[in-house]
Design a protein around this ligand. Sequence first.
Ligand code: AMP
Length: 285
Amino acid sequence: MTEILANPPIDRTVAAMRWRVAGWRQASERVALVPTMGALHEGHLTLVKAAREKALRVVVSIFVNPAQFAPNEDFAAYPRTEDSDLAALSGLGVDAVFAPNVEEIYPAGFVTAITVGGPSEGLETSFRPHFFGGVATVIAKLFIACAPDAAIFGEKDYQQLLVIRRMAADLSLPVEVIGHATIREADGLALSSRNAYLTPAERATAPALNKALVRAGSAIRAGAPVARVLSAASLDLKAAGFRVDYVELRNAETLAPVVDFKTEKLRLLVAAWLGKTRLIDNIAV
Ligand code: AMP
């Protein structure tokens, strides 16, 4: 065991982060990374605890990545709560926080991007076409800066998890990409930094998103026709006050459209708006 630091040190530059990790790696200490955009909640903290079980050294990155927000999205408004994030991480056995500023990650003249096909096709990409290019590029940079042996991602962002896993495999990055189950409120709502945007009335409606998924998942398992189940779920969500981007059933390992409902592993994914807040969720079927 290493000493648990009450307040983990913060590295603001790639060079400082690399230097710190290099020391650990030289001592053959395994390193796990938990990438986040801050505004930490119990979902993130659960990933941190899982990371500690996977490696002797844990790095949490906090970086609100402008490249994954379109100009009309909430980059400027996204909650930035570094002081309370650091307080939330204290005592959890985090060995370092990597919290660079935008110029450190995207210096003047930056023009490189990583494009991932396969699992990035459709779903989020149909509504946020810029999104996975920004995610893949920043995660590749975080992997290079932090040189982790493993990185933990939440299944809450299931398509993101598969895109990162595909990218790591395709680029032969020596990082094990580990998924962790979604952490939920007691009423089923997946924890999300964006839940803070919900008005009290919207918060009261929000659990209907997970309920619609669970109901649709049971109907599909029971053999109901998939197209009918998905359109019923969409109508239920609209009736509850959501604006639905998609409700789709995909192959759980590739996110390709399902060819054989009987033999493939299935994942049901949804994205829908409540007022100005976009929520996503997914379940295994
Ligand atoms: P974010 O800060 O929203 O970019 O999320 C950082 C990481 O935490 C991602 O891997 C997310 O999938 C994960 N995460 C966010 N919310 C949850 C949740 N409710 N349960 C599990 N993981 C989560």
